[in-house]
Design a binder for this molecule. Structure first.
Ligand SMILES: *Cc1c(COP(=O)(O)O)cnc(C)c1O
Length: 455
């Protein structure tokens, strides 16, 4: 589109367009930024300004922008068969082949896929499936799902209920009945004097306490992200996941691993459950499945659950018009082919992930930094007003936004969740681009130190 047409867009946007997760009054006053083009790890706004996108859109553009082969695969599929449904005993070649391809990458017992159009729909899907599973086994009372404070599982009614964000619950009278929350393993902010390892065990045992309080015969599932994403890249202590796994096994609770961010290479493994060495019963996916080129998500379903769905449930009255949409599935297949061909999972694990880790550690000594953590290409820098006591700034959200804006003005897109600065770049990012992103954050931290002293 010519620049003249683009320059009008902000005004049109203010007049007609309501944005997700936005304060529309403020946004209309400040004006939206129009992103009109992208290539590799870079995006360009309508003024032609280039940014390094160290956040891969919204954690999703794993193979980077401008992949012609994905566009070609979608175009070819659209000409061959633009749409057909999966409801009445039919399938399409790309949706079936995609299910097979995904199953070949997961942990050993996740061999089935139920397709959705997004991560949120995947949350709604497994939520119903978990209850249907227990009902089919004659355990109708097993309906409660235990989730975590500050977790994120999407924006639909079930997704936002499962998520642990209070400010989301306050809009729309959530959570729905049957969803309860326990604490997150956020050692830096909530660990007090405990070592991270002891804290990991303590927080995991909250799951056991909650199961005992509710009654094992009432609890259907526990859901968590392997590493909490939108909540601030909360990397759990090493003791956390083994203890969670032990508890779910002991009480026969379905373990749901929300892989929407951690899947498809982000952690240097195909899926987050592989990185942490556990085998979930259900696992929602989306984002990196198509690298965001087209909307598609799904739920990975274990043999244990699939067997009951096949042998006991009969009709599962659930699905979406566009479940397994052939064009989206064709794009996802090509996306996965690229990840395989270019060895991006191994690259993250052995090369660029460790490189980002080292680069972030160079900021760990900064007086405004509490901790710098990363696994693969998912990282966070925690801001602090006092390094020694791990004290937070009085207004953490405002401080995080200031630092983020400083980075954006200097050409690097990061995200702030509260006072944590988040990295989630495309898996193709080069070493010099990692340096650029981390150095830009470093300069923003110097600016913060020089301009925002607190006590
Ligand atoms: C983004 C996200 C979702 C929701 O996915 P949408 O495609 O935005 O609906 C669910 N879970 C996690 C962990 C996510 O990061």
């Amino acid at each position: 589109m010519p620049n003249a047409a683009l320059s009008n867009l902000a005004a049109i946007d203010a007049a007609h367009h309501l944005h997700p997760f936005s304060d529309m009054g403020k946004l209309n006053a400040s004006g939206t930024k129009v992103i009109s083009r992208a290539e590799g790890v870079h995006i360009f706004d309508s003024n032609g300004k280039q940014y390094l996108d160290a956040f891969a859109g919204l954690w999703c553009v794993n193979v980077g922008y401008g992949r012609k082969s994905i566009a070609d695969a979608a175009y070819a599929q659209m000409q061959e068969l633009p749409y057909y449904n999966l409801f009445f005993g039919t399938t399409t070649p790309p949706s079936t082949l995609l299910a097979q391809k995904i199953a070949s990458k997961t942990g050993p017992s996740l061999n089935h896929v139920f397709f959705t159009n997004s991560g949120s729909e995947a949350s709604d899907t497994w939520f119903r499936m978990a209850r249907v599973y227990w009902k089919a086994l004659g355990k109708e009372e097993k309906t409660i799902v235990i989730a975590r404070k500050n977790g994120y599982h999407g924006s639909t009614v079930a997704g936002a209920s499962l998520g642990g964000m209070k400010w989301m619950h306050e809009q729309g009278n959530l959570p729905i009945p049957g969803v309860v929350h326990i604490n997150q393993p956020y050692w830096y902010a909530e660990g007090g004097d405990l070592s991270p390892e002891d804290y990991g065990i303590k927080i995991a045992r909250e799951l056991e306490d909650k199961i005992l309080e509710l009654g094992e015969d009432k609890v259907a599932a526990f859901v968590a992200e392997p590493i909490q994403g939108a909540g601030g890249v909360i990397v759990p202590p090493s003791t956390y996941w083994p203890e969670i796994k032990r508890i779910c096994d002991k009480y026969e609770i379905l373990l749901v691993s929300d892989e929407v961010i951690c899947g498809f290479g982000r952690l240097g493994s195909w899926f987050g459950h592989q990185h942490y060495g556990f085998d979930p019963d259900l696992a929602p996916i989306a984002k990196g499945l198509s690298s965001g080129y087209l909307p598609i998500g799904g739920v990975l379903v274990s043999d244990r659950v699939a067997k009951v769905m096949k042998e006991e449930v009969g009709d599962f009255y659930h699905g979406y018009t566009y479940s397994g949409h052939p064009v989206c599935a064709a794009a996802a297949l090509e996306n996965i082919r690229i990840i395989e061909e270019e060895g991006l999972v191994e690259r993250v694990r052995d090369d660029i992930g460790p490189y980002l880790h080292t680069a972030l550690q160079s900021l760990a000594g900064h007086e405004c930094v509490g901790e710098a953590v990363s696994v693969g290409l998912m990282g966070a820098v925690q801001l602090t007003a006092d390094k020694a006591t791990r004290r937070r700034y009085a207004k953490p959200d405002d401080i995080g936004t200031l630092v983020r804006n400083h980075c954006v003005e200097n050409g690097v897109i990061l995200r702030a969740t509260g006072d944590r600065m988040l990295f989630s770049p495309p898996l193709i990012i080069s070493r010099s681009e990692v340096d650029q992103a981390v150095e830009t954050l470093g300069r923003a931290l110097d600016w913060l130190r020089d301009n925002h002293r607190e006590g």
